[in-house]
Design a protein around this ligand. Structure first.
Ligand code: CA
Length: 288
């Protein structure tokens, strides 16, 4: 892991550093009312104290697309402290160049960029079959904007100002790899899923799914023939234990996208809505 020695970080607590970089920073203590443990900002957490799943042997590569220098720099420093390799892009053009040049494990995307809209960039990336999980960072907190982001292929979003710990928690959830002890191949009628390669085929044709779409379909297929409620999806796919009301919209948007890709016109409908209850994947109509 590369440590930035050119800019020594003064010995301040993490939240002091954060509130300097983000004027509206809310500390994790303010957000979740947990007692905040001051941590020296220039000491890297040991492997033992590092959040599980972030520092993997292969090394996690993140692309931060953010034009505000202070925000970009704070994200870079924070992620590097977690042993994440960070590339920075401050506009659409450099982001496209970087995604062409190399693969990333996660992309953090600001929506308002100097040379274009982050959502258009996301559309372009998805159109180029870049399936990297995308966490949208946005100051637009209107529900419609969040839904637009998810419709555009984002996997999750975070509204500014955010606590850095929240960024880490979202990244951790996006990077959670499928459990290798699980069944590797699933199939329902002519829909096939290889969990280890994350490939999905319908009628022999490969289907591109984003990270979250894959997780959603995986959950449904694992529960073939059984009712899956929105609450189950919130927990099993979004790892959301304290369910928010906006999550229902988020689930519906993702479900609609998965449906459009899986249940093509002319093929047998496999994803069924059980009105007022949830969803079910099966070959026969769920309510027959
Ligand atoms: Ca911006």
């Amino acid at each position: 892991m590369r440590r930035d020695t050119a800019e020594p970080v003064p010995n301040r607590t993490v939240s002091a550093l954060n509130s300097q970089a983000f004027p509206h920073w809310r500390s994790p203590a303010q957000l979740c009312q947990n007692a905040e443990v001051p941590r020296s900002a220039d000491s890297f957490p040991s492997a033992a104290s590092r959040p599980a799943g972030l520092a993997e042997p292969a090394g996690v590569r993140a692309l931060v697309i953010e034009d505000e220098p202070k925000v970009a720099d704070a994200l870079r420093r924070g992620l590097q402290r977690e042993a994440i390799d960070v590339s920075l892009a401050n506009d659409v053009e450099s982001a496209l160049r970087l995604t062409e040049a190399g693969a990333f494990d996660v992309i953090l995307l600001d929506l308002m960029l100097p040379d274009g809209d982050g959502l258009d960039l996301l559309n372009t990336l998805r159109g180029r079959h870049v399936q990297t999980p995308v966490l949208v960072l946005t100051a637009r907190d209107a529900v419609e904007d969040r839904i637009a982001g998810l419709d555009g292929g984002a996997d999750d979003y975070l509204v500014k100002p955010f606590a850095f710990e929240e960024v880490l928690a979202r990244i951790r959830a996006l990077l959670r790899r499928p459990n290798m002890t699980e069944t590797v191949r699933l199939s329902v009628a002519d829909l096939e899923m290889d969990v280890s390669t994350r490939r999905v085929m319908r009628q022999g044709h490969a289907i591109d799914l984003t990270f979250r779409e894959f997780e959603l379909l995986h959950y449904l297929m694992r529960h073939e023939g059984r009712l899956v409620s929105r609450g189950m999806l919130a927990q099993g796919v979004w790892r959301d234990t304290a369910r928010s009301t906006t999550l229902d919209n988020v689930i519906d948007v993702h479900m609609a996208r998965v449906r459009r890709k899986i249940d093509l016109p002319g093929s047998t409908k496999l994803i069924h809505t059980v009105r007022g209850v949830g969803f079910m994947v099966r070959e026969e109509p769920a309510d027959a």
